[in-house]
Structure formats: structure tokens, C-alpha cells
Unconditional design. Structure first.
Length: 357
DNA sequence: TAAACGTGGAA
DNA sequence: TTTCCAAGTTT
């Protein structure tokens, strides 16, 4: 009997060789062999949470423009930070970002250890090792969605997520234990991201181009695109609301600020009804209007949040002078000042929906 | 552990 | 149109 061919194990050297040729050029990345600025790494990591590279790019550049250093960000007013973040979503990230900048500024710089980073607001189990590895060369493998997918396929782990998390974390750590990986922790982490983003993609992975195609058990199994297995998501309930778009004689809009935490926390909005599971009748809705007026339905906005869909009707009215009681905890904004207002995308759509009609 | 937490692009 | 997905964290 001839000896069995040795089972090939994925080697860091193969991935790093591929990365050196095919790495993506991204605004927050330094040149090959150079560790990037920790501020840039941190800022990009927070922005990239559950968010695409394409969406982050313009925001990242704008933030560096407005806040060139972590100290500048720490000293900026929170309204300016929220305004700069408006449209990116998950606004708790922006609130934590500002709090983290203040903490880092007070510390005199970013902690260089996973534990030190993990203690900061907005930095969790993934982001702490990500910053440590990418910015400081700490030999750790941050496990994000890319790394989970690559590992699930590489080792044919078919336990459904999220139960598979501990298994996948062990697999990722095993890859990172390779001496070649430990010699280049920053590049190794980013190489895994790039592999997951450009080759080992969720659908139609380009296995023929993969530096790990030989040892990949998922590919050998014939259906790597089937991995990782995920539990079915619950269906999204629908909610209904009405926003009141009130203009004064100068065309200024009546706005208010949402509570500091929770959905769209700290962002600006049109006054309106609560968002409930039943559509609103006129009689139910009018008590929530900021003033009594000749409200006209001028538009409707459909918006998808993570855990519910929202159908938001927009009712509009105009009043030359806004009564003082309507301005309790509210304020007026001229149209040319709305660009600097921390308005979430939903409210920009609502304002636009009322404006033309 | 599970639910809350935004948005836009691709298939 | 619908569903899935994107460098997750907090409670």
C-alpha cells in the first residue's frame, strides 16, 4: 500500500503570500510592513461594525477632516459628532465613540493590550483584539463575520451560529498559532478579512483563486457556500406612526431631540405619534400633534429597521407663528441648517416626503 | 442567551 | 419585492 498523502493543513505563509499580492487599498490602511495609526484603526473598526466598507469610506474621511486626532474628537461637542455620524446607523456607536475618545484622551493614548482596549466603551470581544493586532502587532486573531465564515468552511464546521462561536474562535486561534502568523499579526488579521471579503464570500466563493483551496474541508465537501449554517431569523413585525411636519412663516421646520438612549437615541426628529403595531386613526393621532392645525397627509415613508418595519405617514401644516407651547422641548431649523442637524436617514426621508407634497 | 440596535446594496 | 448581508456591542 502506498502511504496516504498527508492531510494538508492551512498554512499562514500561503495566506500571507496571497495578501501581499492582493491586499485591498483602504483609507485606514498603512503601507505594507508599517503599522497604521491607532486612531485610524479604532475609528475604522467602530464604523465597520455591521457596516460595509463602501458605506464607511466617506464617513471615515469626513471624520478625519473634522477630527484629525483622538484629542480633537474628544473635545468636540457631542452634537457635532452625532451630526457627522448621521446616516451611518447604530447611533450607540457614535455615543460610545465620543465617550471612548474622551477616555483615551485622558489616558494619554490608546491602551496597547487587549484587556485595556476591551475596557473602553464600544470596544467588545472582537474590536479589542482587532485593534491590538492591527495597530500594535499583538499576536491575536480577531474573530469577525469574515473570520467565522473562513473558519467554518476551512474546517467544515456545520454547527449553526451562534452556537458555533466557541468552536470557530478556537479554529481561528489555531490558525493564528502558526509562527508565520505570529510574526505578522497585523497583516494576518487583515489578510483573513480580505480573504473573506473578496474570495471566501457568503455566496459564490471563488475557491479557484483561494490560497487555502487545497486544505479547505468545506470545498472538499462540495458545498462551501452552505457554510456557516445560521439559524433562521424571526420575521419582522410591522409598526405604524405619523410624523407631523410643521413649517413656520419662514419655512423653518419644528424638530425635537429623541431620548438619549434607545432607538435613534440622541438624534433629531419630527414630532409624532408613538410607533405601534396598529395603524393610526385621525382621532387617535391628532392628540399627538404639536399644535391643532389643518393637517394634510403629504407623504409616506417605508423604513426597515433591524427588528421591525415602519410605515411612517407624514402630515404637514404651516403656521406663520409657532405658539410657545409647541416649542416646549422643541426647536425650529431653517432648511439650509438641516445639513448640520443630526437627522437619521428615516427623518431625512420623512422631511423630504412632506416637502414636495 | 436573546433582544435591541440602522442603513443601503446585491441577488 | 423579499431576503440576506456588512470588520458587533450592550443590556
Amino acid at each position: 500500500m502506498p502511504p496516504e498523502p498527508p492531510v494538508a493543513a492551512p498554512e499562514a505563509a500561503d495566506l500571507l503570500r496571497w495578501y501581499d499580492r492582493h491586499r485591498r487599498q483602504l483609507p485606514w490602511r498603512a503601507e505594507t510592513g508599517v503599522l497604521p495609526d491607532p486612531y485610524h484603526v479604532w475609528l475604522s473598526e467602530i464604523m465597520l461594525q455591521q457596516t460595509t466598507v463602501a458605506a464607511v469610506g466617506p464617513y471615515f474621511r469626513r471624520f478625519l477632516d473634522l477630527f484629525p486626532t483622538v484629542e480633537a474628537l474628544a473635545e468636540a461637542p457631542s452634537e457635532q459628532v452625532m451630526s457627522a455620524w448621521a446616516g451611518l446607523g447604530y447611533y450607540a456607536r457614535a455615543r460610545n465613540l465620543h465617550a471612548c475618545a474622551k477616555a483615551v484622551s485622558a489616558l494619554g493614548g490608546f491602551p496597547r493590550t487587549i484587556e485595556g482596549l476591551r475596557a473602553l466603551p464600544g470596544i467588545g470581544a472582537y474590536t479589542a483584539p482587532a485593534i491590538a493586532a492591527i495597530a500594535f502587532g499583538v499576536p491575536a486573531v480577531p474573530v469577525d463575520g469574515n473570520v467565522e465564515r473562513v473558519c467554518a468552511r476551512l474546517f467544515a464546521i456545520d454547527t449553526p451560529l451562534p452556537a458555533a462561536r466557541p468552536l470557530l474562535a478556537r479554529a481561528a486561534a489555531a490558525l493564528g498559532a502558526d509562527p508565520q502568523a505570529r510574526a505578522r499579526p497585523s497583516d494576518f488579521a487583515q489578510a483573513l478579512f480580505d480573504l473573506g471579503a473578496t474570495i471566501c464570500t457568503p455566496r459564490n466563493p471563488a475557491c479557484a483563486l483561494c490560497p487555502w483551496r487545497e486544505p479547505c474541508l468545506g470545498r472538499q465537501g462540495g458545498a462551501p457556500e452552505r457554510l456557516p449554517v445560521k439559524v433562521a431569523r424571526k420575521d419582522r413585525p410591522e409598526r405604524y406612526g405619523i410624523s407631523f411636519r410643521l413649517e413656520d412663516g419662514q419655512g423653518r421646520l419644528l424638530l425635537q431631540t429623541r431620548p438619549p438612549r434607545g432607538l435613534l437615541g440622541g438624534m433629531s426628529e419630527l414630532p409624532g405619534t408613538p410607533w405601534r403595531t396598529e395603524p393610526w386613526s385621525e382621532a387617535d393621532a391628532l392628540p399627538h400633534a404639536p399644535i391643532s392645525a389643518d393637517w394634510r397627509a403629504t407623504g409616506s415613508v417605508r423604513h426597515i429597521f433591524t427588528h421591525f418595519g415602519l410605515t411612517l405617514a407624514v402630515w404637514s401644516a404651516r403656521r406663520d407663528r409657532i405658539p410657545a407651547e409647541a416649542l416646549e422641548n422643541r426647536f425650529l431649523r431653517a432648511p439650509d441648517a438641516l445639513g448640520k442637524e443630526p437627522l437619521p436617514t428615516l427623518m431625512r426621508k420623512a422631511i423630504a416626503a412632506g416637502g414636495g407634497g
